[in-house]
Design a protein around this ligand. Structure first.
Ligand SMILES: Nc1ncnc2c1ncn2[C@@H]1O[C@H](COP(=O)(O)OP(=O)(O)OP(=O)(O)O)[C@@H](O)[C@H]1O
Length: 891
């Protein structure tokens, strides 16, 4: 690891891991020997691990000295009364009221001498003449650098992210300054782990750190852009050292302040009003570090935002005019900050601290080019609009825009975050640690989502409201600021996990996109004048264009128009449209500005002239104004198109020439009339379209209803049919059941009869079967009757079954359960060709023919048997069956 050669190797008072409690005696001595203590910090330096309660801090003893009521921030609009210019003409830095006799002289210095509510901003302006040479840092802003840097403003749309490694003899990380990469040493890495950022910083010297990561942001703030610089990292990794530094190595905050004064000294054309505030977020509560001792110091973050700004109230702002004044403010704020000795850091910040410098500037009166009084109607020039503030909760005075000199406002925020840490044995520290970690976690989530939204072009919700820190940073993180983040890491191998987490945070921050905009508070009269001039100019250009076309005789004009290509005509008409749109827009803006001005001056706004339909908020950011402008332009352009078409129509009707107005105002009137007509026509068209739509829509609705009705009746019909079929099916089933029942009954009867017959036969009484029980016997010429059937037909018709007359055509059906009894030679003459088909078999004959066609052997001697199964006996030739049909009986 390469470190700054000038670095005095600092021995860490404790290893990062909290396992071993700090040994204050040796480590502190070593520390004191290596680092010159910062006198600012020394006053509150905690040497021993002791609980710090916000109520038991230095303010407690100061409270006893409090005799005068505290004056808080002025209500905007209250006139400053007592100028504070010192005898030598140089403005004196105001402070808080002196509290009578103070036993502690250092604290007497820390409390302020002046009530800021009584400061006239005009009296405390800083310009190149008032800056003391001693307040200036020489050589930090050469012209060439400044030029490149200024060219970068507006282009830069990413957060500047740098990593600062604290000097350590055993480092687990290898920094590469040339490639801006930091890599985890392979001995500690399972896989290659490296990160690349905008800068990798090492060593103890704070000057190069300032130059690399903060200088350009400070200049951006001086030029009207909001700027935020913050340090992020685990506890004891060097955040406070980077931001505040020590007497020997001043950090970013003191260097930035010097830079501010250097900038003012080299900028001869502007004058500045500088106001500081200093606050901290401790256990999710915001405290004003500059609140006078004994005064309430809780600051509330109010509901919404004003023009994208967060409202903090009540927050004290103090005007500063010199480095000394800034130092005083810092010292006072530092003395109120919550720090404590933890397992890892002798003087650990227990809160997030935010030092804010509000920079307001305007062109100096003697250099302003537009310093002539406003020509707007003999009215007295109204004072410029006040810097938007939370209804008197901001503390400091505001710079007013004067004589057309607009006021530029920006805020430089320098933030020292509390460090993420592990749990400690001390209860109070653990509680603080929880708040710290939670808010840092939210910061990480917010940054992650912002970066995600930027890369994936999404617009997901960002949980800014989940912590005070993110809520406070919302305007900046949302993009309206130049941001520089310094991630500090402790390179000790015992802190690899924490350092990796910090580096991952840094990587996410890199993805956040910014679009910082300047904020300018404009003098409305000057603005109106600017609009008027622009309108005059536009009207002149419009007339020129029209004259160009109208010059010459009628034939020449026609020729001119014919000569113009279609493209030229379109361009020309577009240019004229643009001019007219702009004129209308500016006219509206003038009306709005005048309304606003009159209202602000308590005048009878809107009585003598129409109030513009568009209310322009002059406190809107240029970006917002631009958006408004685009929307307005779009509207105007569509109206202008309508006007043009109407003009074309009128021209075609030959009406324009005769009624064409001669001067611009008449033309404006005509345009207005025409616009009105167009609007009426457009309204009429809309009505017609609506009617048409209604008309077109109603038949289709009827159709739909009719169709619906048709379908419903069809459905009902189908349903009816189905129900009928179901009824019919049920009826069939019922009949079937009945049939089955009848058949069963018949079957039972038949079986009973067959049994009877069989018994009868066995008794040798076959000839005595009563004819009534059987079918009517076929009459036979002889005693042994012979029944003759044709080939392929039945030879036997079972008694009681079937129709005897059809016996010649039907095959012999032998239903199961019939027997052939009492017939000595039923098929005596059956020829060989006889075939039996079907599943028929007989008990005691070799006539098993189940399922297959089989040739039936001649049956000599008749047969007697019980038919099993049903089937058909088919005969190929005529068969004489002895005994006739009557010999076959049901079983
Ligand atoms: N780059 C550095 N060079 C020399 N000393 C350093 C450096 N960074 C930090 N230190 C020393 O390390 C100690 C811890 O640093 P510091 O208090 O700035 O850490 P921190 O990140 O602010 O911690 P915390 O989050 O607990 O407030 C201090 O004694 C400081 O002087």
């Amino acid at each position: 690891m390469s470190t700054n050669p000038g670095t005095s190797k600092l021995v860490r008072p404790t290893p990062f891991t909290p396992k071993r409690p700090v040994s204050t005696s040796t480590s502190m001595e070593r520390l004191r020997a290596t680092v010159t203590p910062n006198p600012i910090l020394a006053s509150t330096h905690k040497k021993y691990k002791a609980p710090i309660s916000n109520d038991v801090r230095s303010r407690t003893h100061l409270r006893t000295n409090s005799s005068k009521p505290t004056t808080l921030a002025p209500v905007p609009g209250s006139r400053p009364s007592s100028p504070t210019k010192s005898d030598n003409g140089r403005p004196r830095t105001p402070g808080t009221p002196r509290r009578g006799t103070t036993p502690d002289p250092s604290m007497a210095r820390a409390t302020s001498e002046m009530d800021v509510s009584n400061v006239d901003p005009e009296e405390v302006l800083v310009d190149y003449q008032t800056v003391e040479p001693a307040d200036v840092s020489l050589g930090e802003m050469d012209e060439a650098w400044l030029k490149t840097m200024q060219a970068d403003h507006g282009k830069e749309d990413k957060v500047m992210v740098s990593v600062r490694m604290k000097p350590d003899s055993k480092s687990a990380w290898n920094p590469s300054i040339s490639t801006n990469t930091v890599e985890l040493d392979p001995t500690h890495a399972r896989q290659p782990t490296s990160f690349t950022f905008d800068a990798i910083l090492t060593g103890s010297a704070n000057k190069p750190i300032f130059t690399t990561v903060a200088r350009s942001h400070v200049v951006a703030a001086m030029e009207g852009f909001n700027a935020v610089i913050f340090a992020y990292g685990q506890t004891a990794s060097g955040k406070t050292y980077t931001l505040s530094g020590s007497e020997a190595e001043p950090g970013i905050i003191p260097r930035a302040m010097r830079q501010v004064f250097s900038y003012i000294r080299r900028t001869e054309t502007r004058e500045y009003l500088l106001r500081c505030s200093y606050l901290e977020i401790y256990n999710e509560q915001i405290h004003d570090l500059l609140a006078p001792p004994g005064a309430p110091n809780k600051v509330e973050l109010q509901g919404g935002t004003v023009n994208g700004e967060i409202i903090l109230a009540p927050l004290r702002e103090e005007v500063v005019t010199s480095i000394k004044a800034v130092k005083d403010v810092l010292k006072r704020g530092e003395s109120h900050r919550r720090t404590a000795c933890t397992d890892w850091n002798e003087r650990s910040s227990r809160s997030h601290s935010i030092f804010r410098l509000v920079i307001e500037s305007r062109e100096r009166a003697d250099t302003a080019t537009n310093s002539s009084p406003s020509p707007v109607s003999g009215r007295a020039t109204p004072s410029g609009r006040q810097t938007p503030g939370p209804g008197g909760n901001y503390g400091g005075p505001r710079l007013q825009s004067r004589d057309g000199r607009s006021v530029q406002t920006s805020v430089l925020s320098l933030i020292d975050l509390a460090g993420s840490e592990k749990a400690t044995s001390d209860k109070e520290r653990t509680r603080e640690g929880k708040y710290i970690n939670t808010s840092l976690l939210t910061l990480g989530t917010v940054i992650g989502k912002l970066s995600d939204n930027a890369t994936k072009q999404k617009n997901d919700h960002i949980p800014f409201r989940d912590s005070k820190l993110t809520r406070l940073l919302q305007p900046s993180l949302s993009g309206n600021a130049r941001i520089s983040v310094i991630c500090t890491i402790n390179p000790d191998p015992s802190a690899i996990a924490e350092s990796t987490s910090t580096l991952l945070f840094a990587k996410r921050v890199k993805g956040v996109k910014l679009h910082a905009q300047k904020k300018e508070i404009v003098d409305t009269d000057a603005l109106i004048e600017r609009y008027r001039k622009e309108i005059d100019d536009l009207k002149r250009r419009l007339e020129e264009k029209e004259n160009m076309l109208d010059d010459g005789k009628e034939e020449e004009k026609t020729l001119k128009k014919r000569r113009m290509s279609a493209q030229e005509k379109a361009d020309e008409s577009q240019a004229m449209q643009d001019l007219q749109s702009r004129i209308q827009q500016l006219t509206k803006l003038i009306l709005t500005s005048q309304t606003v001005t009159d209202e602000a001056a308590g005048g009878p706004a809107g009585e003598s002239r129409p109030v513009s339909p568009i209310k322009v908020d002059f406190d809107m950011s240029p970006y917002q104004l631009h958006q408004e402008l685009l929307t307005a332009r779009l509207q105007l352009s569509s109206q202008a198109t309508q006007i043009l078409s109407l003009e074309a129509a009128l021209e075609a009707a030959g009406a324009v020439e005769s009624s064409a107005p001669s001067d611009a105002s008449d033309k404006d009137k005509t345009i207005q009339d025409q616009t009105k007509t167009i609007e009426e026509q457009a309204k009429r068209i809309r009505e017609l379209e609506n009617t048409r739509f209604t008309r077109e829509a109603s038949p289709s609705r009827e159709d739909m209803e009719r169709e619906h009705r048709d379908w419903s009746s069809k459905f009902d019909e189908e349903k009816k049919k189905r129900e009928e079929k179901e009824r019919w099916a049920e009826e069939l089933v019922r009949q079937l059941e009945k049939e089955k029942w009848i058949r069963t009954k018949l079957e039972e009867e038949r079986r009973a009869l067959a049994a009877f017959v069989s018994k009868f036969d066995s008794l040798g009484m076959g000839s005595t079967i009563p004819a009534s029980n059987m079918s009517t016997p076929v009459s036979s010429p002889a005693g042994r009757r012979r029944s003759s059937v044709a080939a392929g037909s039945i030879s036997i018709q079972l008694t009681g079954f079937g129709d005897p007359t059809s016996s010649s055509t039907s095959p012999l059906r032998l239903p199961e359960g019939h027997i052939y009894a009492g017939v000595p030679s039923l098929l005596e003459q059956m020829p060989e060709e006889a075939w039996v088909l079907g599943d028929v078999s007989f008990d005691d004959e070799s006539m098993s023919m189940a399922g297959t066609e089989e040739k039936v052997p001649s049956v000599a001697g008749g047969m007697k048997g019980h038919v099993k199964g049903s089937g058909t006996v088919r005969f190929a030739t005529s068969v004489d069956i002895l005994g006739g049909k009557e010999n076959v009986h049901p079983f």
